[in-house]
Design a protein around this ligand. Sequence first.
Ligand SMILES: Cc1cc2nc3c(=O)[nH]c(=O)nc-3n(C[C@H](O)[C@H](O)[C@H](O)COP(=O)(O)OP(=O)(O)OC[C@H]3O[C@@H](n4cnc5c(N)ncnc54)[C@H](O)[C@@H]3O)c2cc1C
Length: 409
Amino acid sequence: MTTREYDIIIVGGGLLGCATAYQLAKRKAGNILLLEANEIASQASARAACLLTRARTKPALMELVQETYDCIAEIEQLLGESLELQQCGSVTIASSEASLKEVEALEAAAGRFGIPNERISRERTKELLPWMEVSAVDVALYMPTDAFIDSALLCSGYARAARALGVELRSGCKVKRIVAEGDAVTGVELADGTVLHAPLVVNAAGSWANLLMRPLQVGLPFTPVRSHFWITGIDKERFPVNHPFTVIPDARAFTRSDVGALIIGLRESQCQSFDPSTLTDKLEDFDFNQAAKWQVLDEGAPLLKRYLPDIDDLGIAHYMAGPSCYVPDAKFIIGPVKRYSGLYTVTGCCGGGVAAGGGMGRLAAELMLHEEPFVDPALFVPERFGEVDPFSAEFQKRCADARSNKKGG
Ligand SMILES: Cc1cc2nc3c(=O)[nH]c(=O)nc-3n(C[C@H](O)[C@H](O)[C@H](O)COP(=O)(O)OP(=O)(O)OC[C@H]3O[C@@H](n4cnc5c(N)ncnc54)[C@H](O)[C@@H]3O)c2cc1C
């Protein structure tokens, strides 16, 4: 059995583990090891729609997202290469009293945070979104500085920046268990029996995080739910490259340009959750109940038809499904796990790990290093629901309900 000493071991090489590694390394937090069972940036972080929506109404979320934008600029400078941020802008559409209220709240939030935003006419909306039937649009709110980014490239950017700052990255290296003595974690045991010691261990294992917590009798308050989108065939005139992404609350939908095709995201009224104990090691081996993809499209398409009248006739070239980790209050899980000293987690992405990952990693790093946190950590405390059993159907339903009918970006 080999034993090596680290100051911090991070489990999981997705956006949240890699962003945390980068933020810790930036703060010169010592000898850091990141362990990834598969390839870095290969799981949920390779399946996202990649929207980096800036204006939000949830507390602290705008700060967390801004930190991601700041990280992108820093990493590009550090690595001397572009992460290919696409500043396409966004348009949020209101066609009802309820969604108008949401737009007003977004406008107010954007105004407070200094995010450029303007209401635009139907004519301007048509110019920006040639595919949109603008007679259905009551109010269109344009935010020109919103962007999207390839989530796998962003994730590998965090990882490579962390490595440039001294973090050791190991892929193809599955952690069998987090090791604890009494009420303190002491390291991890790998699948081959090797034990690696560290006084601080970060569980950033995404959808799998509760499988590592279970033997420690800790339940993190989330469950994996299915997120998904469809990609049309290419039609560069109607779907110009890098035209603004849209958020359409009245259709529970978002759209994004994809090299001349249109990505269409639809949220179902009852979203599908998964028992974490059924997860396979790799998502490509997991059945996301793809058979339901047409059913969900059938449920969502009538709502989107007002804005995209020929949706029934559009060729669908691809379907992408993956897990998002949902929490009953739709807020992240970041910070120390009280039951064990030295055990931290950064997970519960609630479908926002691309946009907020840089900030989530920063908060996790600040808490681990006892620095002044830049946002209120009380919002994200792992124990805020008391004891939960993430393997129970009842708790999984609570989490799924938080995701069902999601309307925002
Ligand atoms: C269809 C879809 C669309 C999305 N769209 C957006 C969007 O537009 N904007 C946005 O902000 N977010 C979006 N998301 C969410 C985003 O993808 C996630 O928030 C993000 O990828 C979560 O990162 P993660 O690091 O928690 O998970 P992952 O990327 O899954 O990383 C966890 C890692 O832990 C590893 N691991 C697990 N167990 C172990 C172990 N025992 N030992 C070692 N390693 C282990 C896994 O192999 C995995 O690589 C979307 C997600 C999906 C599925």
